[in-house]
Design a protein around this ligand. Structure first.
Ligand code: ADP
Ligand code: MG
Length: 351
């Protein structure tokens, strides 16, 4: 009996080991969607299938959220002329989250800034400097009060109001990728959608993934931060901009003025732990939050951003890079932040 049991146990163990041996696979892919280079490196049982599913999902999301495709859900809503518009449940959930962040950030994050983004030429890459009068006129239709998402899967915009989910879409995409990673038993990996990064698990051997924070004023890094199971999202004026008559105009608009935000910050990185529920059932999670907040805090500036972190009740850390060459790192990640020697920046830990 005893020997028999041991034999069965050994056989079972061997089978389990064999299973594990065959089941840890690696897969990587790079492609372009949402105007961004997307890079995935995944390890786990369904790595290949996860990469394929992630790419398919990105193209689906782009087809729903794009402002330059006439048949996207967002374009149809923007063209509805004030009438109620039925929405795909993911688009509705994302718009509802955008509303929450608009209210939470006092309008610093506001997807109804869409017509202003277009007036500057950022939607079609046909750059121009609009007149103050034109901006004042457009701002009349900007603000969360012009959006009604009170009915599930339906939205109503005031006539003249349009939305642009570009400030939150990539974060949402990473939430959905986390859900895919759960589904395909991904144990470890990195997903980068431009400045939107999701790291899953740790590197082999349990070491943290190192996420670089770019120098907004140069080509190198201001530092790296060690993370596991987390999101890190960077917004900066250096990512999309044009120059005219010696001035630089970037793509993050202060909804209060209609002009590119000029808050003294050159980049904002927002970091939050991945929650188990992120992306589950298509619902926006921590990735979406980091994306909304990185845009909002860039608009707010140093003082207001720090105050927001202390008082908002939202759980996140951040790395602020200022025009006067300071790098501010909040307490929760300070011990995992590595300065870039010789960067010329002055580093501070802040709360
Ligand atoms: P990126 O798209 O480069 O990752 P962000 O997440 O900061 O950067 O989003 C910037 C985009 O969001 C802009 O291109 C525009 O479409 C939109 N946008 C600009 N200003 C705002 C704002 N104040 N609130 C919400 N969305 C904005
Ligand atoms: Mg953003």
């Amino acid at each position: 009996m005893k020997r028999g049991f041991a034999a069965v146990l050994t056989a079972t163990l061997a089978a389990v080991l064999l299973l594990c041996g065959c089941s840890v696979k690696n897969a990587a892919a790079q492609f372009i969607a949402m105007d961004t280079t997307i890079a995935l490196r995944l390890s786990g049982a369904g790595a290949e299938a996860a990469v394929t599913a992630a790419e398919k999902q990105m193209h689906e999301l782009e087809a729903l959220l794009s402002r330059t495709r006439a048949d996207s859900a967002v374009s149809l809503l923007n063209g509805a002329g004030g009438a109620p518009q039925a929405l795909d449940n993911r688009v509705w959930a994302l718009l509802a989250a955008a509303q929450d962040y608009a209210l939470a950030t006092g309008g610093a994050f506001d997807v109804t800034v869409a017509p202003v983004v277009s007036a500057w030429g950022f939607t079609e890459a046909a750059f121009r400097v609009p007149s103050r009068k034109e901006l004042t006129e457009l701002l009349k239709n900007v603000g969360p009060a012009h959006v009604d998402v009170s009915q599930t899967d339906t939205a109503v915009l005031s006539p003249g109001t349009q939305i642009d989910l570009g400030g939150i879409a990539k974060g949402y995409a990473t939430d959905l990728m986390q859900a895919l990673c759960d589904e395909y038993e991904i144990t470890s990996g990195t997903i980068a959608l431009g400045g939107n990064v999701y790291v899953r698990g740790t590197k082999e051997g349990g070491t943290l993934w190192q996420v670089g924070v770019q120098d907004p004023a140069g080509s190198g890094l201001v530092g790296t931060v060690g993370l596991s199971d987390a999101y890190a999202v960077t917004s900066g004026g250096y990512q999309r901009y044009f120059e005219q008559d010696g001035s630089v105009y970037h793509h993050i608009i202060d909804p209060a003025t209609g002009y590119p935000a000029d808050s003294g910050l050159t980049s904002v990185t927002v970091i939050a732990s991945a929650a188990e529920t992120d992306g589950a059932n298509g619902l926006p999670g921590s990735g979406t939050m980091c994306d909304a907040l990185s845009t909002a805090l860039f608009v707010m500036g140093e003082e207001a951003a720090l105050e927001f972190r202390r008082s908002s009740g939202l759980d996140f850390d951040m790395i602020l890079v200022t025009e006067d060459r300071r790098v501010l790192v909040t307490g929760g990640i300070a011990e995992h932040f590595n300065k870039q020697e010789g960067s010329g920046y002055q580093y501070e830990t802040v709360s």
